[in-house]
Design a protein around this ligand. Structure first.
Ligand SMILES: Nc1ncnc2c1ncn2[C@@H]1O[C@H](COP(=O)(O)OP(=O)(O)OP(=O)(O)O)[C@@H](O)[C@H]1O
Ligand SMILES: [Mg+2]
Length: 256
């Protein structure tokens, strides 16, 4: 079988004396939607920040597509096609949808050898996304992101991830503060990304919501991975019980 897209092996991470990740080993495959759940402070965001090159692990290995990562720097995410979608960051409120779409990779057109931002291209491409990703009819590519609802903002980020052929989309609590309809829309988009062959890592506190979408659930507790199960093998109720027990049930099961 082909190797996993991302493989994390025996990862330890200390913030000073604080042991934030404890011997974490986990694989993530292309075309898979993995729910990463666990209580506040469990280490979910810290783990994905290692994958994005924001934190350097104290010990252990990270492999991308069969190659070991030797240097952890923020360019790691760009190099490996990782887009992170969080509720509150990633878009500039005072710029248009079109400009946000191309943030950091603006297309340039040369007129008499002088480079100009290619607004026509930015508008055209982002119009396509606005249509495909179900934003309201009265939203235009020239509108500032400030006036978009939470769900519409998420749609712009998700559209951007697809357009730029990313391979991994990490969603960190992507539906916080969203209405029921917006939440459903973002969840549908997450499933679409996975169906297009991307790896989707979906971080949430809501095991019941993510169980419906995910192929696999990974539970973290106190910096440790305490469960890693296919959603066909464990119900949401059973997984919630693992979270409630703080992973103790798993240790018992492992010892039996
Ligand atoms: N830069 C940092 N320096 C020191 N401690 C940190 C740092 N980042 C995270 N931590 C600590 O590491 C632990 C894990 O934090 P993390 O953000 O990964 O949790 P989480 O599982 O994402 O929680 P939540 O569900 O609340 O977002 C917490 O106790 C947090 O205070
Ligand atoms: Mg977090």
């Amino acid at each position: 079988m082909a190797h996993p897209l991302i493989s994390v092996k025996n990862l330890d991470l200390y913030f000073g004396a604080f042991h934030a990740l404890k011997d974490v080993s986990v694989d993530f495959n292309a075309g898979e939607l993995v729910g990463l759940v666990g209580d506040n402070g469990a280490g979910k965001t810290t783990l994905i920040r290692v994958l994005c090159g924001i934190h350097k692990p104290t010990k252990g290995e990270v492999w991308f597509d069969g190659t070991q990562v030797k240097e952890f720097h923020p360019k790691l995410a760009i190099d490996n096609g990782i887009e992170t979608i969080q509720q509150s960051v990633g878009l500039c409120d005072n710029l248009s949808i079109a400009r946000n779409f191309y943030l950091g990779r603006e297309p340039v057109r040369k007129i008499l050898g002088i480079p100009f931002l290619d607004f026509a291209k930015m508008r055209g491409e982002s119009r396509k996304v606005i249509r495909e990703f179900g934003l309201r009819d009265n939203v235009s590519a020239d509108d500032e992101v400030e006036r978009l609802s939470g769900g519409e903002r998420q749609s712009v980020k998700i559209g951007r991830a697809v357009e730029f052929m990313n391979r991994v989309v990490i969603m960190d609590e992507p539906t916080n503060h969203l209405s029921v309809r917006e939440r459903e829309h973002v969840n549908e988009l997450a499933v679409q990304l996975k169906e297009q062959g991307l790896l989707v890592i979906y971080i949430t506190h809501d095991i019941f919501q993510v169980h419906k979408l995910a192929d696999r659930i990974v539970i973290m507790e106190n910096g440790e991975k305490v469960e890693d199960a296919r959603t066909t093998d464990m119900t949401a109720d059973e997984l919630e019980e693992v979270i409630r027990q703080g992973g103790r049930k798993v240790e018992k099961r492992g010892a039996a």
